[in-house]
Design a protein around this ligand. Sequence first.
Ligand SMILES: *[C@@H]1O[C@H](CO)[C@@H](O)[C@H](O)[C@H]1NC(C)=O
Length: 205
Amino acid sequence: MASSTTSASFSMAVLTSACVWVLIGASASAQLSFDYYTRSCPVLFPTVRLTVGAAIAREAQMGASLLRLFFHDCFVNGCDGSILLDDTPTFTGEKNAAPNVHLVQGFEVVDQVKSAVEGVCPGIISCADLLAIIARDSVVILGGPWWPVKLGRRDARSASQAAANESIPPPTSDLKKLISSFQNVGLNIRDLVAFAGNFSVINLA
Ligand SMILES: *[C@@H]1O[C@H](CO)[C@@H](O)[C@H](O)[C@H]1NC(C)=O
């Protein structure tokens, strides 16, 4: 498909300054794994944790914002970092979609984490994977549960504002709509309640 080639090449230029597109693996069917970067970047986890910890120490609410950032990325065509793509005159991405604009915060922390990780393991870690680790670390640092994060995601080379408008449930959704939009991405009612609790932290702060 010619159009996908075009969008792949121009979106390289619209990635946020610090977030460089990283091509991971050769096979399109590569599986995620817990030890994806164990050999190539053994200091990945402590590096992310330190930077996220510093950001949350400056502003506790940032932890909740970073979890939301990951959720808003994942609800639109999967956890592919597409929310990080900046708009340009010729490209409209997800950042300014109705459910994201003014609501999704923490991009500067993602940039700080990316830059810290690039300092120790240049050109290896995808931004999509960083968002997954950042979200987990945010929850842990704020006293929530720890979970192992599978890694090996590829970064998006395009993004869809229409899909973002469509896929992220607006605050006006009723319970039925919320349950079904979470179910669409494999999340259950327990997950929905956990996310809702997180977002009320943001909204109350
Ligand atoms: C997404 O929603 C916003 C706000 O309603 C609207 O301005 C924008 O045109 C929509 N984008 C697309 C691609 O439908």
